[in-house]
Design a binder for this molecule. Structure first.
Ligand code: TA6
Length: 308
């Protein structure tokens, strides 16, 4: 394990020389020419971009890809990439007091710093970080450091830590906006939200109560509040279930744009929406987090895949 001594962005080649682990981890250029980490272990293969510290692939040994990535994603610095696991921070969706601020916060389109690559008995752990700077302060005055540690093994573990490096408390929302790959969203179900209250963003954010499993049969954009339970995505087409365990995540967002919503998204193909389902470990709306100076908050999401 080693770490950089400078914040200057390095090329994929330089990062590979510094961090690469022979036969296990390479740093190569992504479709937009920015560095991405490619992991190959007996337990799984995976990919994580420096762009947004976004995981774009996880394929456990003997299983199909678990993470959806749009064929039409834009690979440009400063643009969001459709699919994978974008990080939303410090707000979710639009910023309440600034309609011109980017959706989902200030870090999903930034280039993060590769801190370390560790090969351990669980697989490979990739750590990336980012800190507040003049750009983030233009949109949000707080001082922060974020650390995203992702372990690619027989499970995929995401540990997202927010640190308050300033002298005043701050209030933030966060989400690991995970796009799961499903055989057909119309036959997938989500277990673990029965009886939970949610705000339906497709129906003026009316408060509703989930009864039984979540089934997707129209555009869906639901924020389940006070929802700490594990989730399970049951996928009869790919004949698998994805188990999602959450820690320190008090809300869950479920999203699929359906055909209507897809027409408004230039980076999602019209035949792609049936193959994605977002189920997002998060702390949003009334579950947003208040963080005192010099304190950390860690949210963890761990996923495993089993045959149905
Ligand atoms: O997770 C749900 C959501 O916030 C929706 O409201 C929808 O806008 C979606 O995320 C995608 O957001 P994006 O900014 O990536 O187009």
């Amino acid at each position: 394990m080693s770490g950089p001594t400078t914040q200057t962005p390095l090329t994929a080649q330089e990062l590979d020389r510094r961090f690469g682990i022979a036969g296990r981890v390479r740093v190569v250029a992504d479709q937009g020419g920015l560095p991405k980490v490619c992991i190959t272990t007996p337990q799984s293969n995976g990919e994580m971009l420096l762009h947004g510290a976004q995981v774009t692939s996880w394929k456990p040994a003997g299983a199909e890809e678990v993470i959806f990535l749009s064929q039409h994603a834009r690979w440009e610095e400063g643009k969001a990439i459709r699919g994978g696991i974008p990080i939303c921070f410090p707000w979710f969706r639009a910023k309440a007091d600034d309609p011109h601020a980017p959706a989902h916060g200030v870090v999903r389109t930034r280039i993060w710093t590769l801190e370390s690559l560790e090969h351990n008995e669980d697989g490979v752990t990739v750590s990336m970080s980012i800190e507040s700077d003049a750009d983030t302060r233009k949109r949000w005055a707080a001082d922060f450091r974020l650390l995203h540690r992702v372990t690619f093994g027989s499970e995929l573990k995401l540990e997202f830590t927010v640190s308050n490096t300033g002298s005043a408390p701050f209030h933030f929302e966060e989400a690991l906006h995970t796009y799961y790959k499903v055989g057909d969203v119309r036959s997938a179900r989500i277990r673990g939200l029965d009886g939970v209250t949610y705000l339906d963003n497709t129906d003026s954010n009316k408060e509703k109560k989930q009864v039984g499993e979540v089934r997707i049969s129209s555009p869906t954009d639901s924020a389940y509040l006070n929802a700490q339970n594990d989730l399970q995505i049951l996928d009869p087409v790919l004949n698998r279930s994805i188990h999602i365990a959450k820690q320190n995540s008090h809300s869950t967002v479920v999203w699929n744009p359906w055909a209507e919503g897809t027409r408004t998204l230039s980076d999602l193909g019209e035949d792609e929406w049936p193959h994605m389902l977002c189920a997002e470990g998060s702390n949003i709306l009334q579950n947003a987090v208040e963080l005192a100076p010099r304190q950390d908050h860690k949210m963890t999401v761990t996923m495993t895949v089993n045959p149905l």
